[in-house]
Design a protein around this ligand. Structure first.
Ligand SMILES: [Zn+2]
Length: 155
């Protein structure tokens, strides 16, 4: 693994352990060339998924982006972080098991909504309320920025 600080390719693994979600391994790495320390995550990837936007543009599926949108929707809800990790993994497994490499962004949004609807109504409503814009914007970055939990809180 190349050092992100100096570019040296000969870095060492200092420590490996399962990450919180138990579907990934967290490795602490050390670069003997510059003394830099960094962390990598290793996870099983059944297939490389590609998101196809409504414009026809394709981009690699980014699990972290999708996960971020789910976490924001779940913010301040009485749900264990570990449960949310499992939920995100479950969504990814569903996407992978569709049997297609190319997945329309719309399908991803629908699967996320279905999953949230089963777990938590408030999180579902938060997600669904920006879903229309999401379809128009068709962009997870924009989606995440629109999915602001603060205003619609039940407090
Ligand atoms: Zn280095």
């Amino acid at each position: 693994m190349r050092c992100p600080f100096c570019g040296n390719v000969d870095t060492q693994v200092k420590d490996s352990r399962p990450a919180e979600d138990h579907v990934s391994i967290r490795r602490r790495r050390f670069c003997p060339a510059c003394g830099g320390r960094f962390t990598t995550y290793e996870r099983v990837q059944l297939r490389d998924l590609v998101v196809v936007k409504s414009t026809g543009r394709r981009e690699d599926f980014d699990r972290d982006k999708m996960g971020r949108s789910v976490r924001i929707a779940m913010q301040k809800r009485p749900i264990e972080p570990e449960r949310i990790d499992q939920l995100i993994s479950g969504i990814v497994r569903r996407l992978e098991s569709l049997g297609e490499t190319d997945i329309p962004s719309k399908v991803i949004g629908e699967i996320v909504m279905e999953t949230l609807a089963r777990i938590d109504t408030v999180a579902y409503v938060r997600f669904a309320s920006v879903y229309k814009n999401f379809q128009a914007a068709d962009d997870f970055d924009k989606f995440v920025s629109e999915l602001r939990p603060d205003q619609k809180d039940d407090a």
